[in-house]
Design a protein around this ligand. Structure first.
Ligand SMILES: NC(=O)c1ccc[n+]([C@@H]2O[C@H](COP(=O)([O-])OP(=O)(O)OC[C@H]3O[C@@H](n4cnc5c(N)ncnc54)[C@H](O)[C@@H]3O)[C@@H](O)[C@H]2O)c1
Length: 261
């Protein structure tokens, strides 16, 4: 059983929503692999203990990292963070990861909540990809996009139709942009996490970690444990790497086998 050591020395990576959870784990792993990392998030501090992601990269890996306050629901702010990456030579990898969760019965969902969720989860990925791709094309560089999709891109869950519909859209944004950007040598792929213990899933994560093997989730996880943010980091770095050079438009499920049932 080997361990993969990625080398992203000299590459610039933007990760949206990297202040906590999955985005943070991905950003830290890119930092460890030598990349310059920009965390584009609406807040700088992690919700749980610990120093901000960019500071941790600088302190632990002696790398280059910064925080750029970014609301991904606003395309102009995504263009601004891509512009900020120009200072480091331009964006090589864009990880569209920031998203909101919302759980509510379908019949109770109002239009305001719907718009907020869809603007963050769909506009964020759509225009994040567009801003990064334009920058790569302008510079004549063949970069990569990695989107954080979900098992909800494929499987419906109770009271989740709003969220599930955004994750279904992210699947098709991934495939559609992979098709349109292939001529420019830009690959677009997605990681699709299962049930991962993060702030996102606050309230159930402790019990879930214990109960995972016993059906504590909506259905049991075949691998018998909850997922952790770090489980997503290797797959994200793999999809962005040259080892994945012939992979585009793909969703890689990282769910302990959950969607295999
Ligand atoms: N945790 C899970 O079980 C799970 C499962 C499947 C998919 N996902 C996906 O993984 C991704 C990350 O989720 P997580 O569990 O790490 O969540 P999290 O809540 O731990 O982190 C989300 C981050 O996004 C940021 N964010 C929220 N709205 C933003 C906005 N408008 N602009 C910029 N940043 C914003 C938050 O500040 C936070 O730092 C999301 O796309 C989510 O849909 C999570």
């Amino acid at each position: 059983m080997g361990t993969v050591h990625f080398d992203y020395d000299g590459e610039t990576v933007i990760v949206t929503g990297a202040s906590s959870g999955i985005g943070r784990a991905i950003a830290l792993r890119f930092g460890e692999a030598g990349a310059t990392v920009i965390n584009a998030d609406v807040r700088e501090e992690p919700k749980s203990d610990g120093e901000p992601t960019h500071e941790k990269i600088v302190d632990e890996h002696k790398g280059t990292a910064e925080f750029v306050h970014t609301d991904v629901s606003k395309p102009g702010e995504l263009e601004a963070v891509v512009e900020a990456a120009r200072e480091y030579g331009g964006v090589d990898v864009m990880v569209n990861n920031a998203a909101m969760q919302h759980s509510e019965p379908f019949l109770d969902v109002d239009q305001e909540a719907f718009d907020e969720l869809h603007h963050t989860n769909i506009r964020g990925y759509f225009f994040g990809t567009q801003a990064a791709a334009k920058d790569m094309i302008d510079r004549g560089e063949e970069g990569c996009i990695v989107n954080t999709a979900s098992i909800s891109s494929e499987v419906a869950q109770h009271d989740q139709v709003q969220y599930d519909s955004t994750k279904g859209a992210i699947k098709m944004i991934t495939k559609g942009t992979a098709l349109e950007l292939a001529d420019h040598g830009i690959r677009v792929n997605a990681i699709a996490p299962g049930q991962i213990a993060t702030e996102f899933t606050e309230g159930w994560s402790d019990e879930a970690q214990e109960a995972a093997g016993e059906g504590g989730f909506i259905k049991p996880v075949p691998l018998g444990r909850a997922g952790f943010p770090e489980d997503l980091a290797g797959p994200a770095l793999f999809l962005a790497s040259d080892d994945a050079d012939y992979i585009t438009g793909e969703l890689l499920f990282v769910d302990g086998g959950w969607t295999a049932i």
